[in-house]
Every structure is written in structure tokens, then in C-alpha cells.
Design a protein around this ligand. Structure first.
Ligand code: ZN
Length: 141
């Protein structure tokens, strides 16, 4: 019921099918689709960004945020740990006690996608080796 993101009026999103570039449920729904196909799909949290894990909510001392002048709720930080790279969001600040949430901001949410397939093409060898699309609607690097 709330629009979170839209490509209307922008370039369409390009992704490399089969590489987990987009959420599971959406990638499955796009399997076998052709240019011109339009559909609407509702994904449970398990098919999208997963359920919320309250163990991902932690309170940290402010000195863990060295170099940040003022920590405010809503700020996001990139964290690298054994599980790879993820984003934590500051949810509460109480003096030098900072509460952060490592869940994806859309974890626990049921998501609705309104999709139109506007084009399909073969990937280049470089895109296959990188695992993502380059150029229009994809990565620029
Ligand atoms: Zn690349």
C-alpha cells in the first residue's frame, strides 16, 4: 500500500537472471517471461528480504562510531564481518548508547511488485564474469 521504489519515469532496472541480483521470489516469477509481459506479484518476507531477526538489534557504545560527529536515528553504516557486507541502521540514540538494527530495512515486510518486462538480451562475457549487468539500468564502473 506504500510505494517504496519505482522506475516509472526513469530507466528500467536491468538485472542478470539467475544470479540473485534481485529478490528470490521476483526472480522466480520472471522465469520464462518475455518482453511485453506484465504481472503483479505479492511476496512473503521469506521470498523477499527474510524475516526480522531480533538478534540483529544491538546496542553499541558511541566510540564504536569513531569519526562520526553526531549519530542520529536513521543513519546507515556499511559493516563488513564474517557473513560479508551488510548495512546497519541506527534506530535509537541514548547518550553514548547507540541502538542499531542489522536487519534489511524491508525484512519482515510483504512486498508487492508491479512488473513490466521491457526487454531481454544476452549478457556479455564481462557481465557473466561480474555477475551483473553493465550499462543502461545496470552497473557503471
Ligand atoms: Zn561489473
Amino acid at each position: 500500500g506504500e510505494v517504496l521504489e519505482s522506475s516509472e519515469g526513469h530507466d528500467p532496472l536491468a538485472y542478470l537472471h539467475g544470479r540473485g541480483n534481485i529478490v528470490d521470489g521476483l526472480e522466480k516469477a520472471l522465469e520464462g517471461k518475455s518482453a511485453g509481459d506484465k504481472f503483479n506479484i505479492t511476496l512473503s518476507p521469506d521470498e523477499a528480504y527474510g524475516s526480522r531477526d531480533e538478534a540483529q538489534v544491538q546496542t553499541l557504545p558511541a566510540d564504536e562510531f569513531a569519526g562520526v560527529d553526531e549519530i542520529e536515528p536513521g543513519m546507515q553504516f556499511n559493516v563488513h564481518d564474517d557473513d560479508g557486507h551488510h548495512v546497519i541502521t541506527v534506530t535509537h540514540v541514548d547518550g553514548d548508547q547507540i541502538t542499531v538494527d542489522g536487519n534489511h530495512p524491508l525484512a519482515g515486510e510483504t512486498l508487492v511488485f508491479d512488473v513490466e518486462v521491457v526487454g531481454i538480451r544476452e549478457p556479455t562475457a564481462e557481465e557473466l564474469s561480474h555477475g551483473h549487468v553493465h550499462g543502461d539500468g545496470g552497473h557503471h564502473h
